[in-house]
Design a protein around this ligand. Structure first.
Ligand code: NI
Length: 138
């Protein structure tokens, strides 16, 4: 069967503070700007989850996108949506919550929750309308 990549988008919002405790306050402010605000701030994130696999002969699907949505909601979105990433999200504990670190943490959550017939091939995490990061598990 042909192998196809399918993608599901999920949206959530979360608060964070990008901060490296090993650096001085001045260095943090210079490096991270508005995202270093000690009083937190939020972003409206969009997560694109892409899985790849053969088309199932019976369903014509690679994977039911509703099931993909459910898996990502359970392992990621339900844990971060309307939360403070620095203080409330266990899988980001002691990690500076840049978009890069967040996407890697999300990969580790989602990947083990997927069925055997598909492979997680890409996460694309939009922090703003202008900025996104991509991760392929490397
Ligand atoms: Ni920020």
């Amino acid at each position: 069967m042909p192998t196809v990549t399918v993608t599901r988008l999920l949206r959530f919002n979360a608060a964070h503070r990008v901060h490296n405790p090993a650096l001085s306050d001045a260095e943090n402010a210079a490096l991270f700007g508005k995202c270093n605000n000690p009083h937190w701030h939020g972003h409206n994130y969009t997560l694109e989850v892409s899985v790849r696999g053969p088309i199932d002969a019976r369903t014509g699907y690679v994977m039911d996108l509703g099931k993909l949505r459910d898996a990502v909601e359970r392992t990621v979105v339900d844990l971060v949506d309307h939360r403070n990433v620095n203080v409330e999200v266990e899988f980001m504990r002691d990690v500076n919550p840049t978009t890069e670190n967040l996407v890697v943490g999300m990969w580790r959550q989602i990947e083990p929750a997927l069925p055997e017939e598909v492979r997680l091939v890409r996460l694309k995490l939009w922090e703003t309308e202008n900025n996104y990061v991509e991760y392929d598990g490397a």
